[in-house]
Design a protein around this ligand. Structure first.
Ligand code: ADP
Length: 304
């Protein structure tokens, strides 16, 4: 059996500069690096590192970035046979400028991610019989996300949606197709229309998300922890105390930890603890995919 990640694959191109340029200005920067990203790819790598057989379905462009992105996923142990190369479009790219004060400018070009479509849903239908869960995010066209959730629901597998990047509205018909929705504070705030910034407001937001039709709402509260609610239980798991240096990809690590525990048939509370542990570990290292914990690291951390 396996878990399917149906989502985005990106490359992040990062320039570090003394300050951000103004319009029309050419500036000498300090350093440049590129790292693989995209919420879909991050969650797939996170799952594979946790030892879960993981398929990714998505698209890259017909450019050299695409080749690199596939290789990177393969090295991480993700099964990539269902990635399609889209003609005449770039791979998904995030062009990021960061200054010494940590301020940034980010331009995201969805590229091939914007073309994920019916053909990719066909690929999904072939994988569903051998899968226990699907992980979705919002970096591919929303109508494709809805159809993927519907197919997964029809196949009776667990649908986990990370509603990121933040949106003020999701299609009404999507909520009842979701088993577990996992917004962070910003995403939860946008979805419910009030400020979610701790356990009390998370509980109110979770109630609304359950009313809209999800079976379980897991609200990620950063360094505070996680709030979880279903129709018959709710609980709060405080964050693991760690020395956080960089919270990039903490949410992706969380979703992978949660899904990995459910793959091993652990109860929901245990799964949220695995998610919180994976999220905490991801904050202790810099970077996105490079900060994601492996199985042994997570297991050791959980028994500490
Ligand atoms: P996102 O990365 O999507 O913004 P969060 O920042 O809420 O999501 O992080 C996801 C989870 O990772 C949190 O719910 C928490 O369990 C864990 N986490 C995040 N930041 C920290 C931290 N500073 N210390 C410990 N755990 C953290």
């Amino acid at each position: 059996m396996s878990i399917i990640v149906f989502g985005s694959i990106n490359i992040d191109l990062v320039a570090i500069t003394p300050r951000l340029p103004i319009a029309g200005e050419t500036l000498l920067g300090e350093t440049f690096f590129k790292t693989p990203g995209g919420k879909g790819a991050n969650q797939a790598v996170a799952l594979a590192k946790l030892g879960i057989p993981t398929h990714i379905i998505g698209r890259i462009g017909d450019d050299s970035f695409g080749e690199e992105l596939i290789k990177n996923l393969q090295i991480s142990g993700v099964k990539t046979e269902n990635i399609t190369i889209s003609e005449n479009v770039s791979s998904g790219v995030a062009i990021i400028t960061v200054d010494n004060a940590g301020e940034n400018h980010i331009i995201v070009i969805p590229g091939a991610n914007g073309q994920v479509n019916q053909d990719d849903l066909e690929k999904l239908s072939h994988l569903l019989p051998q899968a226990t869960a699907i992980l979705l995010q919002l970096e591919i066209p929303i109508e494709t996300v809805v159809k993927a959730a519907q197919s997964a629901r029809d196949a009776n597998i667990t649908v986990i949606l990370d509603p990121a990047p933040a949106q003020t509205q999701l299609p009404d018909q999507l909520y009842p197709l979701i088993d577990i929705i996992t917004p962070n504070e910003i995403e939860a705030s946008q979805l419910v229309g009030f400020f979610v910034n701790g356990e009390e407001t998370a509980a109110k937001a979770a109630t609304i998300l359950l009313q809209r039709g999800v079976k379980c709402a897991v609200i990620k509260l950063g360094a505070k922890g996680v709030y979880c609610a279903t129709a018959d239980q709710n609980f709060f798991i405080p964050a693991f105390p760690v020395q956080a240096v960089d919270t990039v990809a903490a949410g992706d690590a969380f979703n992978a930890g949660l899904a990995a525990a459910l793959f091993h048939k652990l109860p929901l509370r245990e799964a949220v603890i695995w998610g919180a542990a994976a999220g905490a570990l991801a904050t202790t290292k810099r970077g996105a995919q490079s900060s994601l914990p492996d199985k042994i690291t997570l297991e050791k951390f959980l028994i500490m």
